[in-house]
Design a protein around this ligand. Structure first.
Ligand SMILES: C[S@@+](CC[C@H](N)C(=O)[O-])C[C@H]1O[C@@H](n2cnc3c(N)ncnc32)[C@H](O)[C@@H]1O
Length: 296
């Protein structure tokens, strides 16, 4: 059984939220990529109670973002002895599509056509968040065989690994959080990858090399919207899969893309989360062609 190292474990907090389900979902969305795991339980009356796991260093940002409304919110450290239980409970295998399943590294029994092994750590990307699942579904639907893939905001490396397993010819991953590096490298080793993704530590908003066929960006609206502008300043014809957006962002996303000469296709949703495939409007994309699902 592999757990994050001692120092990392001591740094985790659990935020317990209780109250109306719709408000719990809004809070989860506000926390976005800060969430490293979430566990839903019900109290004796069947009301949902959410335990959200976050890095202690993210607490100030989380508190700034959270509007708890009618919810009760309690922070507490996660006792060391709870860890084994937490990881095992929280990191069940995730069936993403009929052919793709994500399993924690200690799982030796689950099988799937494409199995992605992830060691749960502080990096985002275990498949337990809808934004990751949506991005992988879009990636599988679009296809990336032989494509040069750029994974922006790579976290655990889950999308980079998925791209490699689905036949990408080259995968470059960019992440600004140095703490993700160890987990990213561990996860590469856990998977027998036909092509080994290369990790670059840096800010995706300073990234200018879009000479690839497919861009994956599961981040958040604050990064995704300017990122689309940066992409448009280049001559790249790559298709983009953008995730980490909320369904409330849909109208803004379509307007933003239209103003940039981009088209939003194949919008997919899970709960309140939204993912879109975005391409140059003139359709001369270098990436895989979208067979169906043009919506703009
Ligand atoms: C929602 S997580 C996605 C992780 C993984 N790709 C997945 O799909 O599960 C977003 C990741 O983007 C990273 N990130 C956010 N803003 C960034 C920026 N400006 N430059 C580079 N990485 C960024 C975060 O640290 C986080 O690891």
């Amino acid at each position: 059984m592999s757990l994050p190292d001692e120092a990392t474990r001591r740094e985790l907090l659990v935020l317990e939220l209780e109250g109306p389900r719709e408000e719990l979902e809004i809070c989860l969305a506000q926390l976005g990529e800060l969430v490293t795991g979430a566990l839903e339980q019900a109290d004796n009356d069947g009301n949902p109670r959410l335990q959200v796991y976050l890095a202690a260093r993210d607490r100030p940002v989380a508190e700034e973002r959270l509007v708890t409304g009618r919810l009760s919110a309690t922070w507490r450290p996660v006792p060391k002895e709870d860890w084994e239980v937490v990881w095992r409970k929280d990191f069940e295998p995730v069936t993403v599509t009929a052919g793709i399943t994500i399993v924690p590294d200690w799982d030796t029994t689950t099988s799937a056509r494409t199995l992605i092994r992830i060691r749960p750590g502080l990096a985002f990307g275990t498949g337990h968040h809808a934004s990751t699942r949506l991005a992988i579904r879009a990636l599988e639907r679009l296809g990336c065989r032989g494509a040069r893939v750029l994974d922006l905001g790579s976290g655990s490396g889950v999308l980079a690994i998925a791209a490699s397993l689905l036949g990408a010819a080259q995968v470059v991953a960019v992440e600004h959080d140095l703490d993700c590096q160890g987990n990213f490298k561990d996860n590469l080793k856990l998977n027998s990858l036909p092509v080994v993704p290369r990790l670059v530590i840096g800010d995706v908003l300073e990234w200018t090399d879009f000479d690839c066929d497919l861009v994956l960006a599961n981040i958040n609206p604050k990064v995704v919207f300017p990122l689309l502008e940066h992409y448009c300043r280049t001559k790249s014809r790559a298709s983009l899969i953008v995730s980490g957006l909320l369904t409330d962002d849909q109208t803004r996303l379509k307007a933003h893309c239209r103003s940039l000469g981009l088209t939003t296709r194949a919008l997919e949703r899970e709960a309140e989360w939204l993912c879109a495939v975005v391409q140059r409007r003139d359709k001369r994309t270098s990436g895989p062609a979208i067979a169906a699902g043009e919506i703009d």
